[in-house]
Design a protein around this ligand. Structure first.
Ligand SMILES: *Cc1c(COP(=O)(O)O)cnc(C)c1O
Length: 430
């Protein structure tokens, strides 16, 4: 499969090149050249297929013959060695729980797939690569866990000081080995910009063989499309399915849109945002206006310039009308989010995390005018946000052992300013 840059100033590349490069040199984003629908046969059988078989068929469309069947099946199975349960929260409303992986957030799916693809392609080389990643909390932990101990790969994580939860910070800063955490004096957007600047500095990029693990990397998006098919396989026999995606950088939603282009009959996508409502506001006004992110209790969605907007814009031929035909956007305050966590827990016993709560809200709002079956993505385990969730419900949460293990470890992080030179001096020392 060939991948082109959305800015169209550089030649098309293979999947391998696209995922090692992360960002094309013209500052666009890679997109698959053709998005082929899966066969009629596939959709006829999908309700009887296993998650791994579905995921393999979908992955093959993106990768074609660059990874042979046996290896690709191994990558898919290694990535998804945990469940993705669909839980009915109330009648006709389902949570797709994406947080049963090692770091308790959906980002495990993308990070584990990316790590396995990079490892496959570098199996016979001893060239060192550096994964540079900016995180608003969950990406960094998923990438650290996904790449821990991988030979020939160093991981450097940039996170905004004081703006991620305690457990998230422990997950980034306590692993050691090939993982280096940098605590940046600034916001997530500053961190993301440093990564972009490092990539645009071609000398730096080449010297350290920089690769990105942010959702700008295609290998993060590909596996995120699997679970849209999986949801449809479980629910879509004879009902319309709408899916609400709590969104920040819009990687998760873009993966859903790609799934739709591959023939998946999802009736409606819902972009659910917190106060950082750049995309819902674009859908309303037709103006895309990135701005400084503001802090919310759903902090992994505190993104002021969502990078995957440019992928969606490419899919929609830069037409807001086209956007509006497939995506509805809603936005919610922290107060609404908190109230919802409390209410849903009180009414049903189901505990939402702050991100899932935003997704739930968007779904509910949409369903007031539709009788489709609704799914919202539950993107993180509520125990990742103890400080927020416990006071809301007035109860102590049970912390999964895999999170507890992180809490007991020693934090090691390098403090830096949002400054490319300081980052470079860290790369120098690796
Ligand atoms: C990253 C993240 C999101 C936002 O996903 P995007 O793909 O960036 O839109 C939502 N919820 C949680 C818990 C996350 O970690």
């Amino acid at each position: 499969m060939k991948y082109y840059s959305t800015n169209k100033q550089v030649p098309e590349v293979s999947f391998e090149k696209a995922i090692f490069q992360g960002l094309p040199d013209d500052n666009g984003l890679y997109m698959p050249k053709t998005i082929q629908p899966l066969s009629v046969e596939f959709f006829k059988n999908i309700h009887e297929m296993t998650l791994h078989d579905i995921a393999y068929e979908v992955a093959k469309k993106f990768i074609e013959d660059e990874i042979p069947e046996r290896d690709l099946r191994g990558i898919v199975e290694g990535t998804l060695d945990f469940d993705l349960p669909l839980v009915e929260v109330e009648k006709g409303i389902y949570a797709l729980e994406l947080y049963h992986g090692p770091t308790c957030a959906f980002k495990d799916v993308g990070a584990r797939f990316l790590a396995r693809c990079l490892s496959y392609f570098s199996r016979q080389s001893d060239k060192k690569a550096t994964i540079l990643v900016a995180t608003s909390g969950d990406t960094g932990s998923a990438v650290a866990s996904g790449f821990l101990g991988m030979k020939n790969i160093n991981v450097v994580i940039l996170y905004p000081k004081g703006k991620i939860s305690k457990i998230q910070e422990q997950q980034l800063t306590t692993l050691g080995e090939n993982i280096t955490a940098c605590e940046v004096e600034g916001t997530f957007d500053d961190c993301q910009k440093m990564v972009k600047d490092a990539f645009l500095n071609l000398e730096l990029k080449k010297k350290y063989n920089l690769t990105s693990a942010n959702s700008i990397n295609m290998a993060r998006l590909v596996p995120q499309s699997f679970y849209y098919f999986w949801t449809y396989a479980m629910l879509g026999r004879d009902r319309d399915v709408v899916i609400s995606v709590p969104s920040g950088n819009y990687g998760n939603l873009t993966a859903g849109l790609l799934a739709k282009r591959m023939g998946l009959p999802i009736t409606q996508f819902i972009a659910s945002a917190n106060a950082n409502d750049i995309v819902p506001s674009y859908l309303r006004t037709g103006q895309f206006e990135p701005r400084k992110s503001v802090e919310t209790i759903s902090n992994a969605m505190d993104v002021g310039n969502p990078s995957n907007f440019y992928r969606m814009n490419d899919l929609y031929g830069s037409s807001v009308e086209n956007f509006r035909s497939e995506i509805k956007g809603f936005t919610y305050s922290d107060e609404q989010t908190g109230k919802t966590i409390k209410k849903v827990y009180g009414d049903t016993g189901y505990l939402l995390d702050p991100h899932g709560a935003v997704g739930y809200l968007g779904l509910k709002e949409y369903l007031t005018t539709s009788d489709a079956v609704g799914v919202f993505l539950e993107t993180a385990h509520p125990a990742k946000f103890l400080d927020i969730v416990e006071p809301i419900i007035g109860e102590k949460l049970e912390i999964p052992q895999r999170l507890q293990d992180y809490i007991e470890r020693q934090k090691v992080a390098i403090e830096i300013d949002a400054d490319l030179e300081q980052l470079e001096s860290i790369l120098e020392r690796l």
